[in-house]
Design a protein around this ligand. Structure first.
Ligand SMILES: CC(C)(COP(=O)(O)OP(=O)(O)OC[C@H]1O[C@@H](n2cnc3c(N)ncnc32)[C@H](O)[C@@H]1OP(=O)(O)O)[C@@H](O)C(=O)NCCC(=O)NCCSC(=O)CCCC(=O)O
Ligand SMILES: Cc1cc2nc3c(=O)[nH]c(=O)nc-3n(C[C@H](O)[C@H](O)[C@H](O)COP(=O)(O)OP(=O)(O)OC[C@H]3O[C@@H](n4cnc5c(N)ncnc54)[C@H](O)[C@@H]3O)c2cc1C
Length: 668
């Protein structure tokens, strides 16, 4: 089979790995990316980005100062968006994200929120007239916007945001104000220096009553000079763990007046006389968060996929230690411990990517329903997107760190790209709703389902139908080879269901002794566990189902990966499966053996599996993960670019170390 990943001059070990591949990599790449046509488009976009010098970095960004990073990122995002005719704009999830990943990397930029939240909020929250006015300005880039919701004092608890928008019927204006320091907007991406508009979420007051947080479109800076408008104070919040190409910002209002029609009025409205019209569903205003939670799953999957690719490729070229004395140093990928550390990360990346396609489809269905005023699926998409967001971002962050550690010392260098990947991805645990808080949103949904089951209703959404099923009393497992997909799912359903009812009963008892909020808090650890099991079950079920739709010659290798994902979950929580004698120790030991079998079977295909994800070096930006495996010369070249190496002797030597040593020597 021809293999486009093998080229002359490559490292011998990585080439040998590629020669061992047992499946058609191009076919696998097409399956991973949603079809041959999608793969073809990736290649075209890659060629375009590579051929356009101005979409590149003049030097690795690790060696740039923060100001240089912000400037470089601003230059590139303008260049990138000058050339959007290269991509199909309607496919942001596919082509748009890929084009951006190749061009902008992971450091973010001056328009990161413009595309991810500002435009989607305009699309989702404006009435037709407002949409006509604002959307074209935003798409043409005549205005650049962000999404300013979080404040110094409150991010999670939206009901306590402090920024106010008082309606004044005399002038038909809202007055925006930040009454306290803690009301300062804090965090919004690209707010500090780049954006001149924002969707601002503020407490709406009209006719003397507070109607809760609502979105408003607000001009922040003068169009020509870019200076802050009167009454507006804003700036950059300083360097962060990652995404330092973005100027996340702060913003304070001092009685700033905006026209009535700058409130986004698709769902809620304020009439000229101040009459408030409430939305059809109280949480429709939270729609943009649901959108981002839905699309971030693919982004997270792709970061974990990249980390796995880097670590697995590197493990194939790194030789250290011997397994059999005097028979030569082995590739570190041959150590079972290394495989145990890395392959589950790759398996997770697959599971998350396949779930990302599902949540995208569900989101599109919900959006379609909403255009007809149907809010039926809103609770389901809120629960699923919140749950996936939490579990996926957590596992991704942990997985990236495992990959980094698995690369030894070189993993600690920024040349590996791990610090940047981690810094970028781990933000996902916090933004769009802190994970623990979002897990509790899922738990509310699950507790309602449990209540329905207790009441005898069989009317559960498909996603939680297992809660109402009786299920097996004992695992059907007899041997790894005969362990069918439906048995795996049935075992996970047992544990997820047990956890649902454990939490439900605990909550019910607690509610008899305390008010419902206090009771909830006293059960919240168990409630979060419930949500995690629910999401893991979903991920496994979806992964196995997706594999069954793969071309037949890819199924065996994908099935090994999917089973590794499931077995890893089962064996790392064995206690849950022993409850009530559901599974026996000997069965669990066999499943543990199943993990090792999967590692062994995946080993010869490991490099090819990560090649199938189709990361170009341009996207990985990692010296350790380079396609050609020629890591050592590349590391030396990379280090030579360090600004510290511009001169042989640093001025600081003459200032501090030189005098110290000279003085010490003179005293001897
Ligand atoms: C935690 C909650 C969900 C609580 O909502 P609440 O209205 O304050 O509380 P409540 O009245 O008790 O409501 C709970 C109820 O509201 C429902 N609900 C909540 N959210 C949604 C939704 N989106 N769709 C549909 N339904 C929703 C829940 O299911 C609850 O329903 P229930 O009472 O159980 O029937 C909310 O405060 C929240 O979403 N907080 C997280 C804030 C957040 O995500 N901020 C993001 C800022 S932007 C950002 O981070 C951008 C980063 C982008 C980047 O860099 O890429
Ligand atoms: C990289 C990044 C980019 C961001 N971009 C934007 C942006 O563009 N626009 C924007 O508006 N915001 C943005 N944010 C802000 C982000 O949305 C908030 O930080 C996030 O919603 C969490 O809120 P918080 O900071 O108030 O955390 P907190 O709520 O203060 O969380 C602190 C701790 O308290 C716990 N906690 C809080 N409430 C509860 C509860 N009810 N039950 C149990 N535990 C609880 C949490 O679990 C957590 O452990 C960004 C943040 C980051 C890190």
């Amino acid at each position: 089979m021809s293999n486009r990943w093998i080229q002359p001059g490559d490292n011998v070990d990585i080439t040998n790995e590629r020669k061992k591949c047992t499946f058609d990599i191009e076919k696998m790449s097409a399956f991973i990316h949603g079809g041959e046509d999608k793969l073809q488009r990736r290649r075209e976009i890659l060629e375009y980005v590579k051929s356009n010098k101005s979409l590149g970095d003049p030097q690795p960004i690790e060696f740039m100062t923060r100001n240089e990073r912000v400037e470089n990122a601003s230059r590139k995002i303008v260049e990138m968006t000058n050339n959007t005719d290269q991509i199909d704009g309607s496919d942001f999830f596919g082509e748009g994200m890929y084009y951006q990943a190749l061009t902008m990397g992971r450091d973010l930029h001056a328009m990161s929120l413009h595309y991810v939240m500002f435009i989607p909020t305009l699309q989702g929250q404006t009435d037709d007239e407002q949409l006509d006015h604002w959307l074209s300005l935003a798409i043409a880039r005549a205005i650049v916007g962000t999404y300013a919701q979080t404040e110094l004092g409150h991010g999670t608890n939206l009901s306590k945001l402090e920024t106010t928008a008082h309606y004044d019927p005399k002038t038909e204006e809202f007055v925006l104000n930040s009454p306290t320091i803690t009301a300062a907007k804090w965090w919004p991406g690209a707010l500090g220096k780049s954006s001149n508009y924002a969707v601002v979420v503020a407490q709406l007051y009209t006719q003397g009553e507070c109607k809760g947080p609502h979105p408003f479109i607000v001009q922040l800076r003068e169009m020509d000079t870019h200076k802050p408008l009167k009454g507006i104070t804003l700036g950059d919040i300083g360097p962060k763990l990652g995404i330092n190409g973005s100027d996340n910002g702060f913003l304070l209002f001092d009685h700033v007046r905006i026209p009535r029609r700058h409130m986004l009025m698709r769902y809620s409205k304020v009439l000229p006389d101040g009459t408030y019209i409430k939305p059809q569903h109280s949480k429709l205003g939270y729609g943009t968060m649901v959108f981002v939670r839905s699309i971030m799953i693919k982004d997270q999957a792709s970061q974990l996929g990249a980390a796995s690719t880097i670590a697995i490729r590197y493990a194939s070229v790194r030789r250290q230690g011997e397994i059999i004395p005097n028979s030569g140093e082995v590739q570190i990928l041959d150590y079972q411990t290394q495989q145990y550390r890395l392959f589950p990360q790759l398996a997770r990346a697959f599971a998350f990517l396949f779930a990302a396609y599902e949540i995208r489809d569900l989101y599109m269905k919900v959006t379609e329903q909403l255009t007809h005023g149907n809010t039926e699926l809103l609770p389901e998409i809120h629960a699923l997107s919140s749950g996936l967001k939490s579990v996926v971002s957590w596992d991704t962050a942990q997985g990236i760190e495992q990959c980094r550690l698995a690369c030894g010392g070189h993993g600690y260098s920024q040349a590996s790209a791990f610090p940047e990947i981690y810094g970028y991805a781990v933000g996902g645990c916090t933004y769009e709703g802190e994970n623990i808080v979002m897990l509790q949103q899922v738990a509310r949904f699950l507790m309602k389902a449990a209540e329905e089951v207790k009441k005898g209703s069989a009317n559960l959404a498909e996603i939680c139908a297992y809660i109402g099923r009786k299920g097996e009393q004992h695992s059907r497992f007899t041997s790894v080879d005969s362990y069918r997909d439906e048995d795996i799912v049935s075992d996970l359903e047992y544990v997820a269901r047990q956890q649902v009812f454990r939490a439900y009963e605990k909550l019910r008892k607690a509610q008899q002794q305390a008010n419902s909020e206090t009771a909830w808090n006293s059960c919240s650890v168990e409630l979060c566990k419930t949500s995690r099991w629910h999401v893991r079950l979903y991920l496994v079920k979806n992964f196995l189902a997706k594999v069954s739709t793969a071309p037949s010659d890819l199924r065996a290798v994908l099935h090994d990966v999917a089973r590794l994902y499931a077995f890893d979950i089962i064996t790392s929580s064995s206690g849950n499966f022993y409850e009530n004698g559901y599974m026996r120790e000997d069965q669990m030991n066999e499943i543990r053996e199943g993990v090792y079998k999967c590692l062994h079977r995946i080993r010869p295909n490991a490099v090819s599996l990560v090649d199938s994800w189709d990361y170009d070096d341009r996207e990985l930006k990692s010296v350790l993960g380079r396609r050609d495996g020629n890591v050592y010369p590349a590391l030396l070249e990379w280090a030579k670019q360090s600004p510290l190496n511009k001169t042989e002797v640093l001025p600081t030597f003459d200032k501090y170390l030189g005098p110290m040593m000279r003085e010490a020597k003179s005293k001897l």
